[in-house]
Design a protein around this ligand. Sequence first.
Ligand SMILES: C[S@@+](CC[C@H](N)C(=O)[O-])C[C@H]1O[C@@H](n2cnc3c(N)ncnc32)[C@H](O)[C@@H]1O
Length: 339
Amino acid sequence: MKMHETEIEVKSPDGKSTLLLSGDKNSISVAHLEADQGVKFEATVDLQSGMPALEGLHHFLQGVVDPNSLTPITSQRLTNLGHRSKQPMRRLSGAFLTTMHVLLTSAEYTNFTYDLWSTSKKYLAHTTAMVTRSTPEEIQTYIEEAEQDETLHQHIRDMTAALPDHVRAGSDDEIRFGRRLGWYAVVRAIKPKFIIETGLDKGLGAVLLCAALKRNAEEGKPGRYLGTDINPDAGYLLAPPYDEFGSIAVGDSLESLSTVTDEIDVFVNDSDHSEDYEAAEYACIAPRLSDDAVVIGDNAHTTSKLVGFAEESGRKFLYWQEKPADHWYPGGGIGFAFR
Ligand SMILES: C[S@@+](CC[C@H](N)C(=O)[O-])C[C@H]1O[C@@H](n2cnc3c(N)ncnc32)[C@H](O)[C@@H]1O
């Protein structure tokens, strides 16, 4: 095996077999080693040409296939294997390198953040414009406003720097809003009086939504935010001056939502991601939604509860699929239920 810049060794619990992954900018290799038999299988992909050399594959096949027993068609299929593996191996090698990049440059282990692929952002602008009856250009302006809000970015950096070490260890300094940019644009476009977000984690969505409310207030269209989370430590990014526009209710979201009496203009579901819980949140807030309310689901890439809610409550539904740039996570999305 060639020497590579990056090597990962994964041993089986009994220590008898090892998976060796190695790669550099030109190629990646995967090798399977057994303690008593040496290399069992080894494959190398040349990233420039995308052609797999599949060194050792013929030895592997020799062990399981009797060449005399092959029909012409099976023989042809085996010959085609190298060519057929070109595309998927290329994809696999790309995913491997992206994964290595994220593992080495990000400390996050949950609720991953990333930038959006530029075309995905454009699709977001068009989808959000349809939901809010505005133009893609207007939505694009709001997206850029959030991305370029240096005061907000500095606030997040300062709050992150002040975290205790054990929390800080799982956070990145870089600020990447991902699909939350769509939430921000909705709030900027429709100027809601009351927003609810269930599930806060660090409070990235919370502080971004309140930054939108801050801008709306400066334009004479004030509104307020309520965040709910079962974890009393969640939402720490929602601090002065942004907490002037919102507050946090600690406790189970369904319990907190059941006490809400005001009309809700924007609802963001992002707490317990089980299907039943998501549906229960929509059912709970349904009687409180204003006529033109926008309901945003952060679970629509995995469940059909929001589209079901839209159908039952006479609302339209749109789904936008997020596509992260440079991250192994395939992306979530935004489900919109609206009138
Ligand atoms: C995916 S995170 C939320 C991410 C956040 N919206 C953001 O913008 O980064 C999910 C959050 O839901 C909270 N959660 C889970 N079950 C809950 C429940 N039953 N009631 C309230 N919060 C809950 C978790 O504590 C966690 O902070």
